[in-house]
Write a protein of this length. Structure first.
Length: 543
């Protein structure tokens, strides 16, 4: 794939805003307290137990404070349309339970699809029509401390900014997850792309007193076009850590196509009698394990947390062959962790829902055209969560069931399981998501304008190969005549990565990983058309 220079874009992106500076100042003011008073295991247990104990009342309090008290909240309009005032809500939760109440609300139209949540499509409920301004779904009670990423696909977007209180709140769940995995003494490392959840994860570990040992980045921080915010937030975090006596590692560039430095580091930790633990995207972990197998680096005993992409049998099989143990984690940048991987033998990718932080329901028989029956409708319960989520369909569907697996996570009180989690409207690759709408625009407008043909001549097929690696085939109809495949792939990546922020980062990572292959075949005829999410068909187990 060719990598042309785009200096104009780079210049436009490299601006730090006043809001960035304000966020940085608040971060510096509050971080010392978080780092100097680590959350202990006993405290973590109490925190989670207390939250599980009063989910219903906590939800009612949260909605009163963040929705009913805020005229601009889109949820207030939805609740009003459903004729549900604060007193009704309290009564509903008391009689139906939290999930029961959420289901009643969903049926009355109180929910948002991800497109509505991000203001891409108007909300239409009966005769009422309105637009969601993404700024108005932000939690008004959440302080802005830690920048994560821009969630907008084009233009400025809405920065996702975490409150340190939320990070500490999520750290309680992480502490219990690590304890269940016998990982309280592991040596941690993170390998993601700038602007993802790295800062969130590193701070979570630091707030448990478990200092991350290594910080790997899949994208070179010096890459042109990368938002200055990424470099700047990294410096800020390390500087603040040093001031508090908690030195944090410097990010080191390790591209997806050559993960050997990480495999070698893990081998070294194992050699010293310790257990290395790497958090990264599912496909990146698979690539690392393949390289370890191919180069004879023994990873027996290493641990991985696989994030951001489906955890399939094929992927876990590669990790196992490398002698390591991989467990999945399900979450989103908008709301933090939603589920942690089950430790009992269970379907690949099975996770326990962190019910102290979220409530999750499914429409079932009350499915709608844009909310399938197995869609996950997520409601946030933590008072400092970055966004107010009330029955938000984040674009994922799954199997959901309450059952006894016998693993330690169940004893925490996390008895609800999700498995076969798959995106139904996003393109997921290399650990990041694009909305189909953005990819479709590139396929239907940008490529025909540049290379000729019509929108029906282009199609993206997303799948995974036998080793669990994500693979994107860009089908281009042969009737368009000879074309430079590198030019077509480069144009696609460039156009998809043309936004400010995370999409740009992703385009860099994709280029590096050679993820998009141009295939001169006629697009396949299907109902869904432009993008085929072949990975939404769970991969059958190979053993
Ligand atoms: Zn379990």
């Amino acid at each position: 794939v060719t990598n042309g220079g785009r200096p104009a874009l780079a210049a436009r992106e490299a601006r730090i805003t006043l809001e960035d500076l304000a966020v940085g100042a608040r971060f510096l003011a509050h971080l010392p307290r978080v780092l100097r008073t680590p959350l202990g295991l006993d405290e973590a247990r109490q925190v989670v137990a207390r939250r599980l104990d009063r989910r219903g009342p906590a939800f009612v309090d949260h909605v009163r404070a963040t929705v009913y008290a805020h005229p601009a909240s889109p949820y207030r309009a939805l609740l009003h349309h459903a004729a549900c005032e604060a007193g009704d809500l309290e009564q509903l939760v008391r009689t139906e339970g939290l999930e029961g109440a959420l289901f009643v609300l969903y049926r009355a139209g109180v929910y948002l699809t991800i497109d509505e949540f991000k203001g891409r499509r108007p909300v239409v409920r009966g005769s009422a029509t309105f637009h969601v301004d993404p700024g108005r779904v932000r939690n008004p009670l959440s302080a802005l401390h830690v920048p994560a990423r821009s969630s907008g696909s084009r233009g400025a977007g809405t920065p996702v900014v975490f409150d340190l209180a939320f990070i500490r709140g999520c750290a309680a769940d992480t502490a219990l997850f690590l304890e269940a995995r016998e990982g309280t003494r592991w040596v941690h490392a993170d390998w993601e792309v700038p602007g993802g959840g790295s800062l969130f994860r590193l701070l979570k570990l630091a707030s448990l007193g478990a200092r991350p040992a290594r910080w790997f980045s899949q994208v070179d921080a010096a890459a042109p076009g990368l938002h200055a915010r990424y470099r700047w937030s990294t410096r800020l975090l390390r500087g603040a850590g040093a001031l508090c006596g908690v030195p944090l590692p410097r990010p080191r560039h390790v591209p997806v196509e050559d993960p050997r430095p990480i495999a070698e580091w893990m081998r070294q930790v194992l050699g010293h009698g310790h257990t290395p633990h790497l958090m990264s995207f599912a496909s990146s972990v698979v690539r690392l394990c393949q390289v370890a197998l191919a180069t004879g680096i023994d990873l027996a005993g290493a641990r991985f947390t696989l994030m951001g992409e489906p955890v399939t049998a094929a992927r876990l099989d590669v990790v196992r062959r490398a002698g390591a143990v991989g467990i999945g984690r399900y979450g989103s940048v908008e709301c933090g962790p939603i589920g942690y991987g089950c430790l009992a033998p269970s379907p690949p990718g099975d996770v326990h829902v962190l019910r102290d932080l979220h409530a999750v329901i499914q429409p079932g028989s009350a499915a709608r055209p844009n909310v399938p029956d197995r869609a996950l409708l997520v409601t946030s319960l933590h008072p400092a969560a970055p966004f107010v989520l009330l029955n938000v369909a984040m674009g994922d569907a799954a199997m959901m069931d309450e059952r006894a697996c016998g693993c330690l996570l169940e004893r925490v009180g996390w008895t609800l399981h999700l498995s076969a989690i798959r995106s139904y409207e996003k393109l997921t690759a290399g650990g990041m998501n694009f909305l189909d709408a953005d990819v479709v625009r590139v396929l239907e407008e940008v490529l025909p304008a540049r290379f000729g043909g019509t929108p029906t001549d282009y199609q993206l097929v997303e799948t995974e190969d036998v080793d669990g690696q994500p693979s994107l085939a860009l089908l281009v109809h042969p009737r368009l005549g000879p074309l430079d495949a590198d030019d077509v792939a480069g144009t696609f990546l460039q156009a998809v990565g043309a936004g400010v922020g995370v999409e740009r980062v992703m385009a860099l990572a994709w280029r590096g990983a050679n993820l998009v292959k141009v295939d001169r075949r006629a697009p396949l005829t299907t109902r869904s058309g432009k993008i085929l999410h072949l990975h939404s068909i769970p991969t059958p187990a190979r053993d």
